[in-house]
Design a protein around this ligand. Structure first.
Ligand code: ADP
Ligand code: MG
Length: 801
């Protein structure tokens, strides 16, 4: 079988057909000939033929530089030589049998040593064990979260990429079949497709092809038996396929590098990845097997295959996530009993009756939910969502009062000192209506007439004088203070409580495992209420806070007016300023949010200072403007905030990053620069700073040159006031990764799952709950692979890796 001869003949004939334009083979004829002759020369045993062959100088051809007639003559010469060669008796031309196929194309495989290391060392070996991955490259992959070749494992199936030397119809076992020889400079291998003569027609000589399948022995030689195959249009096959995978990239990693590597990885190892899902679950949910899903996700046969693969992988992410959060909840609630807080109708009644308003129906419902939780000995673990101004603080204060009435301490934690002060003053205001203030010290108030004993509230912030701070801390430790308001850090690090039983966490997206375990180390297992004003779509809430029960205040107190919202063009800036000035003249106050500068806090601060100077120098020289940005000290920020709250400053200029979660009912104007660059939820948060009083409020959004998506957002925020609806839109427009702006939210890194896919999320959650009920610790042998996978994803006892 004149394999090499045949392939060269076909190429030369093709070249002739194409008019001697050196276009028959990729890379040019010279290169091909050089490679071909190297193999051919070893096959020619007759010395006469060999010397004629040498005279053709195929190993050093100059076809590229020949003229067209010269090319024609030369090709004719070779072709006639080839036909002679083909007719030679076998003893003169020995066609070498292809080299062993194990491995068929060694250069594309990790070395044997490396493979053994992988097999022995598990899939969690570093990706540097892959050929072609340097430490520097590995570092870049690490940044993408790719650290190990855990997708990999050794397989019996082989995948090679090779040239087609020859493919033809043949009869095997009396049936029309296809036989081909493929290979490259490292060797050749035979491929047969039994009972399928059609493949032959699809495999042109010298085409690049990927062959994937089992290697057997046939006729004493290694052979691929009816493998999967795919023609590659280009040598850079993995880069040009129609369904090319797109990998997330970090600086310095080129898409091609990643794709090439992934292709290798997927080809060689996907088949052997164990499926960690219990098969009964997999069948019930109609999920693909994992190895199949991995391959199809990377190099799908078609759209359907791709979608099915993604569905399986997305399910895995959400399922593992749900198992993790359920485990966390279980750990929090079952491992250590908390303190049941009995109902306290008398003080609660006094408090509620003293309010200058009725609780809304939503507030009442949520308060009931809280009280029911507090009565139990398993500690509460609840998320309270409610728009800015929906009245969360009032409800939380009622719960803190119940804790105090039971003889326990309660803590109210907020992210910033400004907010701590504001809460302190709000809570004190509420309590002074309910009872009688009998003591007023620095950062401390005491009330009678609410409990059967005096009730003491303290504010603990860093700004406090050292001696005073220590004094308050000491009194907290002695149990003299019932309700402590402060920032997270202060409460966790420095304060020894005497009997903490309820923690309210405000305006924070996550009260993590770390914070909880810090409290536990102090010997407490308090009820925890996390409050957020960021409306979180249900899917996201289940994902982020699946370990928390959900309560929602979905109703604003009556009489609140919608904030009139308008998107303005750059040329309308002056009229925006004029409008703001009119409001100030009428005694109202205004916020101006500086343009978003992303580089760094320092640059951001500089930009804010420049904007502040421009505004106070050129635009409002007659008005008193305040400025706050992230580089100011807490004391400086505080001072400005106080001035703004007291009305001393009519206009507050602020960077977007600074928490302006303050309550200034007299503020009626919010002006946001570069508004198109903020997400809907953030714009809604800005807008929530106004409209807190009885006056009509306004939100003006300036956008220089919004992108299409920016324009869509501005259109939406103009029309929609409802925070939950906006959150859903935000999720749709931005995707969950950016929903909160940054990773700090603890948002899990989902690669496949879309949080907008509610049905899949619900399925994953249902299945996780079902499994969790059967085998909470995943102790059954059948669940061992799953337990391992869970441990891998949720590293370090509960924090998502
Ligand atoms: P949140 O913490 O959800 O932003 P707050 O509890 O601070 O909201 O309430 C915002 C304002 O609304 C406060 O001035 C509060 O006294 C007032 N408020 C709370 N509940 C009601 C209600 N049911 N009716 C009228 N005003 C209310
Ligand atoms: Mg609030």
């Amino acid at each position: 079988m004149a394999l090499n001869i045949e392939s060269l003949r076909k190429i030369l004939e093709l070249e002739r057909e194409k008019g001697y334009t050196d276009s028959a083979v990729i890379g040019g004829l010279d290169r091909f000939l050089h490679r071909w002759s190297g193999q051919a020369i070893e096959s020619i045993t007759s010395s006469e033929l060999l010397s004629r062959f040498r005279r053709l100088r195929l190993d050093d051809s100059k076809y590229a530089s020949m003229t067209q007639p010269h090319r024609q003559r030369w090709i004719d010469e070779i072709l006639s030589f080839l036909s002679e060669l083909g007719e030679m008796p076998a003893e003169k031309v020995e066609i070498k049998p292809p080299p062993s196929v194990t491995p068929p194309v060694p250069r594309r495989r990790p070395s044997v040593a490396k493979r053994q290391k992988i097999v022995g060392g598990s899939l969690d070996a570093s990706i540097t064990t892959l050929k072609g991955v340097s430490a520097a490259m590995a570092a870049k992959f690490n940044r993408l979260g790719v650290k190990t070749i855990r997708w990999l494992s050794e397989g019996e199936e082989q995948t090679i990429m090779a040239n087609v030397w020859q493919a033809q119809e043949t009869r095997l076992g009396g049936r029309r079949s296809t036989e081909a020889i493929v290979g490259d400079e490292t060797g050749n291998v035979r491929v047969v497709w039994f009972n399928n003569p059609y493949v032959a027609k699809s495999l042109p000589t010298n085409a690049r092809v990927v062959i994937s399948g089992r290697v057997g022995i046939f006729g004493g030689r290694h052979v691929f038996e009816s493998p999967e195959w795919e023609l590659l249009e280009d040598k850079e096959l993995v880069h040009t396929g129609r369904l090319v995978p797109l990998y997330s990239l970090t600086q310095g990693l080129k898409p091609r590098q990643v794709r090439k590597l992934m292709k290798e990885v997927v080809d060689q190892w996907a088949g052997q990845v164990g499926d960690f899902l219990p098969s009964e679950l997999r069948k019930r949910c109609k999920l693909l097997e994992l190895p199949h899903a991995i391959v199809q996700a990377h190099y799908p046969e078609d759209e359907t295959a791709k979608n099915n693969a993604r569905y399986r992988l997305a399910f895995d992410e959400l399922f593992i996530l749900q198992l993790g959060v359920l485990g966390r909840k279980h750990e929090w609630q079952e491992s250590q009993p908390g303190n049941p807080l009995g109902p306290q109708p008398a003080p609660l009644d006094i408090f509620l009756k003293s309010l200058p308003f009725e609780l809304t129906a939503a507030q009442q419902k949520v308060l009931k939910e809280l009280l029911a939780d507090l009565e139990k000995s398993r500690p509460m673990s609840r998320l309270l969502q409610g728009e800015v101004g929906s009245g969360k603080t009032v409800v939380a204060t009622a719960a803190l009062l119940v804790a105090a009435a039971n003889g326990y301490q309660g803590a109210f934690m907020v992210p910033t000192e400004i907010l701590a002060e504001q809460h302190f003053s709000n809570v004190c205001q509420l309590l002074s209506r309910a009872g009688k203030q009998i003591a007023e010290e620095d950062n401390l108030r005491r009330y009678s007439g609410i409990l059967s004993r005096p009730l003491t509230v303290a504010l603990l912030i860093g700004d406090l004088q050292q001696t005073r701070k220590q004094e308050i801390q000491q009194r907290i430790g002695a149990g003299e203070i019932d309700i402590i308001i402060g920032t997270h850090a202060l409460i966790q690090k420095e304060v020894g409580f005497q009997s903490l039983s309820l923690v309210v966490v405000d305006e924070q997206h996550r009260f993590g495992v770390a914070q909880r375990s810090a409290l536990r180390q102090k010997g407490f297992n308090p009820h925890v209420l996390v409050m957020t004003a960021t409306p979180i779509p249900r899917t996201l809430a289940l994902t982020l806070y699946g370990d928390l029960d959900l309560s929602v205040i979905d109703e604003l107190p009556p009489g609140r007016q919608a904030v009139k919202t308008k998107w303005l063009k750059p040329e309308q800036r002056d009229s925006a300023y004029a409008f703001l000035r009119r409001q100030v003249t009428e005694g109202r106050q205004a916020f101006i949010i500086c343009p978003l500068v992303e580089e760094s806090e320092v640059i951001q601060a500089k930009a804010a200072v420049a904007e502040y100077e421009r505004l106070s120098g050129e635009v409002f020289p007659d008005l008193k403007l305040g400025l706050i940005h992230g580089r100011m000290s807490a004391a400086e920020k505080d001072k400005v905030m106080h001035q703004f709250r007291s009305g001393e400053l009519p206009v507050l200029v602020s960077t977007p990053v600074v928490e302006v979660g303050i309550d200034v009912p007299n503020a009626t104007v919010m002006l946001v620069e570069s508004a198109d660059r903020f997400g809907l939820s953030q714009l809604h948060q800005f807008r929530g700073r106004v409209g807190r009083g009885s006056e009509q409020s306004y939100c003006m959004l300036l956008a220089e040159n919004p992108s299409e998506i920016g324009r869509e957002r501005l259109d939406i925020i103009e029309k929609v006031q409802d925070g939950f609806q906006l959150a859903e839109e935000d999720l749709r427009l931005r995707g969950p990764g950016e929903f909160f702006g940054t990773r700090q939210s603890g948002l899990p890194n989902l690669r496949m799952a879309k949080l907008s896919d509610v049905a899949l999320l619900e399925l994953a959650r249902t299945e996780a709950i079902r499994l969790f009920e059967k085998d909470p610790g995943l102790k059954k042998p059948a669940h061992a692979p799953l337990a391992k996978e869970l441990g891998r994803v949720w590293q370090g006892g509960g924090e998502l890796s």
